[in-house]
Write a protein that binds this ligand. Structure first.
Ligand code: SF4
Length: 374
């Protein structure tokens, strides 16, 4: 049985998308753009059917912690409220003790990203991974975006496969998906001209996948990008997944205007839900689309679980980057809160680690856990 095959839809645009998926075809850029004009609930029903074909009613989350070792950055991307110049009184760089203080005994994943420090050497970045692995060898380490990997290549004058192999030997398990922003060159020139573009981001993730390092992927939307650029970004990722599989999840990141002055208001909740649903339908070969509650807010993230999202990210702990841009969500959520949010969406909570290994599967309702295991 397939939910996508069986679902009955009233809207002709959404029905045309369904027919293509049932026939085994991928949606084109034009299909994706047109779907933004489709009725949002119909769109959600089809995206939810596709997510259910992949995962049933399971929704994944992780008990994790964000570690942002420094906000000192040599670049100055226009949309970034987090980075500080060296010497700025609000800049910080963590010591080994600060880093180790983030390794709580109950977490199963640590997510490490930060600025491109003017004084740090590649070894300093390797040390952060070595320290957390020494303290908790079973912790899965998701660390350093493609922007950081490219920076390490320039620091060491070595190619990406060498840098990634060194990181893997130090204990890296997976790459996060950040730094992709929007692959459009137009947007890059306008907002982050010094930073790597889509071609280099895709090249680094392809290299990682070929080395057996899985990764996530992101899209920063709701600023100056067009819907066409948004959909093309999803298609570029879909094509990479076909060439070199290795993505776990796609994470549409709702832009937080913060103090950047870039746009007056971010995408509406409806635009967020449409983007999540269209991501699920266009990037149809990625295992999960994530409702990243830190940027979406808890209410929209909960709704996203019926619009194609099958992952909520994690409990997070002391996240600094989105909150530097004044994200209004709490800085962390307890495991019980994640479980409740998933259950309220009518789904089954599953705790996972960074490599999507199941840590604990909960019951659909408030009953004792069904299984506990590694
Ligand atoms: S987005 Fe990343 S690379 Fe750009 S200024 Fe901020 S921390 Fe630095």
């Amino acid at each position: 049985m397939s939910f996508v095959s069986d679902i009955r839809l009233r809207d002709s645009l959404v029905e045309a998308a369904r027919a293509k998926l049932v026939a085994g075809d991928h949606l084109t850029q034009e299909d994706g753009i047109r779907l933004f004009d489709a009725p949002v609930l119909e769109l959600g029903r089809l995206a939810d059917a596709l997510a259910r074909d992949k995962h049933g009613d399971k929704v994944y989350f992780t008990v994790n912690r964000q570690l942002n070792p420094t906000n000192v950055c040599v670049l100055a991307c226009k949309f970034c409220d987090y980075a500080k110049k060296p010497g700025d009184p609000t800049s910080y760089t963590m010591s080994k003790e600060d880093v180790l203080a983030h390794v709580d005994p109950e977490i199963t994943e640590i997510h490490i990203v930060g600025g491109l420090h003017n004084k740090w050497r590649f070894d300093d970045y390797l040390d952060v991974i070595r320290w957390v692995k020494e303290k908790k060898p079973d912790l899965s380490v998701k660390a350093y975006t493609a922007v950081e990997i490219d920076f390490f290549c320039r620091l060491t004058k070595k190619p990406a496969d060498w840098v990634l192999t060194e990181l893997k030997n130090a204990g890296l398990d997976a790459l996060p998906g950040g730094g992709a922003e929007v692959f459009s060159e137009r947007v890059r020139r306008e907002l982050f001209g010094q930073k790597i573009g889509g071609k280099r981001w895709l090249e680094i993730h392809e290299t990682a996948h070929r080395l057996g390092i899985p990764s996530n992927s992101t899209l920063l939307y709701g600023h100056i990008e067009t819907r066409a650029e948004r959909v093309q970004h999803m298609i570029d990722l879909r094509e990479l997944e076909m060439r070199a599989p290795g993505f776990f999840a796609f994470i549409p990141l709702a832009f937080q205007p913060g103090n950047t002055g870039l746009v007056r208001r971010q995408a509406s909740a409806i635009e967020d839900l449409k983007t999540i649903a269209i991501s699920r339908l266009v990037f149809d070969n990625v295992p999960h689309v994530k409702g990243y509650w830190v940027m979406l807010g808890q209410d929209t993230a909960a709704a996203a679980l019926n619009f194609g999202a099958s992952d909520l990210d994690g409990t997070i702990g002391l996240e600094k980057i989105a909150h530097a841009a004044q994200a209004r969500s709490p800085v962390g959520m307890a495991e019980a809160g994640m479980v409740q949010m998933i259950r309220e969406a009518g789904k089954i909570p599953v705790q996972r680690d960074a490599l999507y290994r199941v840590v604990r599967e909960y019951s659909r309702r408030d009953e004792p856990a069904l299984a506990v295991g590694a």
